[in-house]
Write a protein that binds this ligand. Structure first.
Ligand code: F6R
Length: 600
């Protein structure tokens, strides 16, 4: 999704901005631009396509010590150079970049901007034109900016340059993430700490509706009433090396391979000095005091939530509902008397999930966020946070965050069970160790999954994933991985549901990937495989040791049945990866998608 960078200091700005934008590329975008300011005024370079395309048109001779930059993921108006940010007001005095969506842009145009010829189709241009308009009425830039902010409905992270004031970048945010980074003789602005990690690890969080004046030697945060607010910086605990690809051809492959390490790290992070798993007592109490848990998430995180429901119900005996955030927010079910909400989000910034969090907080309910990003919006605004410890996930297709989410949910279920005096009957630390070792074996044998991708998916236009119980949930994730990066139409189905309609789509050669890791439904899923095979499907059964049958394409080493999703998903991630590779798709940056979806 859109990204923002800004720099004010003594170095030449262009390269810092371009490098920062490159670090944000993983979030997905369709155009990019920078504005740099020097004594001649503001120079703008913008281009549709990749940062490399932007780099190619930036004039090397323009030197400057202050600037702002942006990667755009189109919401208002097609991806194009004229819709790319930065945008300027009609007199070119002000230049702005914006993340988010202004919901009342049409109304503002009608009310204030009828006489101003707009130069783009964006909601963003409305903001900069308003600042220009109000400053003409004699307001200072700060006053004009503040007046504009009071009129905006929706989400925004903004960085604004004033041609007549070389010393300041004006910054504001509401609902969209934005940070200010601190340096010696310079300060920066970034929608994601990763963008500026090369030059600073000191960041200041901004709160909604705050405005910030960023100069070379100072950062002044003001609340909506204009009163200055003091806030200490924090150290971003990210290693710049964590976000490099190293020798891997793609981030996705690197992140798949990191999964055994992540599972071990999680087990370690949640162990006490005696080697027992432990979760903050306040969180465990909140879980056990609730009469029902509501898991809210999107996409892959939603799929992890489905597996988490199984854990919390089976291990801790707590009823759980799992909801897609974008539906829940506008169609809330009847809630139980004492609900606890669990938000699962890799980025901690997903707007659909945040909209639910805001709503349930208004209703006075408590929330726990399970996220990979400490200090993210969903983490800050919930009562409790559990971290994934997965390290930065850069590829758009989520892999290690999914398995980390499931592992953390299993630890939460285990802790809730123990505190309620329930014996789960197994040692989770030990079982997670076996999972990590098994993942390693799978990652070491990638050729097998490359061959499956070749045999089943090289020419197909569609593919089905079937499973029962938790295998069904893993199938949903396998289908999402495949469709998002290879563009093969892929759907996951409960094995028993196919014959109620979808089986009509099975033709000669249709690939059907079936998971068989659950003993209680092994015979049932085998029956479903026979049903589709009888209608011509090209079936690929991935089973678990002990449940295998002749003809199974791959047999996973045995792990505890409840934890099977953690290993069963690895072949599906790799099959999707190779299918995308064989089709020459851009694995890490699939079309139309963004890593962090910060608009509803
Ligand atoms: C798919 C994928 C998405 C995200 C979804 C939620 O590979 O990554 O489906 O899972 O956009 O994002 P988070 O977890 O950041 O809330």
């Amino acid at each position: 999704m859109c990204g923002i960078v800004g720099y004010i200091g003594s170095e030449d700005t262009k390269e810092i901005l371009l490098k920062g934008l490159e670090k944000l590329e993983y979030r997905g975008y369709d155009s990019a631009g920078i504005a740099v300011r020097n004594e001649e005024g503001v120079h703008i370079f913008k281009e549709k396509g990749r940062i490399a395309d932007l780099r190619a048109i930036v004039d090397e001779d323009v030197k400057s010590n202050a600037g702002i930059g942006h990667t755009r993921w189109a919401t208002h108006g097609v991806p194009s150079r004229y819709n790319a940010h930065p945008h300027q007001n009609v007199t070119n005095r002000y230049t702005i970049v914006h993340n988010g969506v202004i919901e009342n842009d049409e109304q503002l145009k009608r009310e204030y901007l009828l006489d101003i010829p707009l130069q783009s189709d964006t909601d963003t241009e409305v903001i900069v034109q308003l600042v220009g308009l109000f400053s003409k009425d004699g307001l200072t830039t700060e006053e004009a900016f503040r007046k504009t902010l009071t009129l905006l409905k929706g989400s925004y992270a903004l960085a604004l340059l004033d041609n007549e004031d070389e010393s300041t970048i004006y910054v504001a945010k509401n609902k969209s993430p934005l940070l200010v980074g601190l340096g010696e003789d310079f300060n920066v602005v970034a929608s994601d700490a990763m963008a500026m990690l090369q030059i600073t690890d000191q960041f200041v969080e901004l709160m909604d509706k705050e405005m910030v004046l960023v100069t070379k030697n100072g950062v002044t945060i003001k609340n909506p009433e204009g009163v200055t607010v003091e806030r200490a910086p924090y150290t971003a605990e990210l290693d710049a090396g964590d976000i490099e690809k190293g020798t891997y051809p793609h981030y996705m492959l690197k992140e798949v391979d990191e999964q055994p390490f992540v599972i071990r790290k999680i087990a370690q992070a949640y162990q006490n000095d005696q080697g027992e798993l432990q979760v903050d007592a306040d969180i465990v109490n909140a879980v056990n005091e609730a009469d029902r848990l509501y898991i809210v998430a999107c996409g892959t995180s939603y799929h992890a939530g489905l597996v988490g429901k199984q854990y919390l119900e089976q291990m801790a005996n707590i009823p759980v509902e799992v909801h897609v955030a974008s539906e829940f927010v506008y169609n809330m079910p009847l809630l139980s008397k004492k609900p606890l909400f669990i938000f699962i989000s890799q980025s901690g910034e997903t707007a659909d999930s945040r909209a639910v969090l805001v709503k349930i907080k208004e209703l006075g309910y408590k929330a726990l966020t399970i996220t990979n990003v400490p200090g993210s919006t969903l983490s800050r605004e919930a009562d409790f946070t559990l971290l994934l410890h997965a390290g930065p996930e850069i590829a758009v297709a989520s892999t290690k965050a999914y398995t980390a989410q499931i592992a953390v949910l299993s630890i939460l279920a285990d802790a809730a069970a123990k505190s309620a005096g329930i014996d789960t009957g197994f040692d989770l630390v030990h079982e997670l160790g076996i999972v990590a070792n098994t993942m390693e074996v799978l990652c070491d044998g990638k050729e097998e999954f490359e061959q499956i991708a070749r045999d089943y998916l090289s020419t197909t236009r569609n593919c089905f994933f079937i499973g029962r119980s938790v295998d069904y949930y893993v199938g949903l994730e396998g289908a999402l991985k495949l469709k998002e990066i290879s563009y093969i139409q892929a759907e996951g189905f409960a094995g028993g549901e196919l014959k109620h309609g979808t089986i009509a789509l099975i033709e000669d050669g249709t690939p059907v990937i079936a998971l068989a890791t659950q003993e209680s439904v092994n015979l049932n899923i085998r029956g479903n495989v026979k049903e589709v095979a009888a209608r011509g499907a090209n079936t690929c059964v991935i089973s678990m040791k002990g449940l295998e049958q002749e003809g199974d394409r791959f047999v996973l080493p045995a792990v505890h049945e409840l934890l099977a999703p953690l290993v069963a998903v690895v072949p599906l991630q790799l099959i999707a990866y190779y299918a995308a590779l064989h089709r020459d798709c851009d694995v890490d940056k699939p079309r139309n998608l963004a890593k962090s979806v910060t608009v509803e």
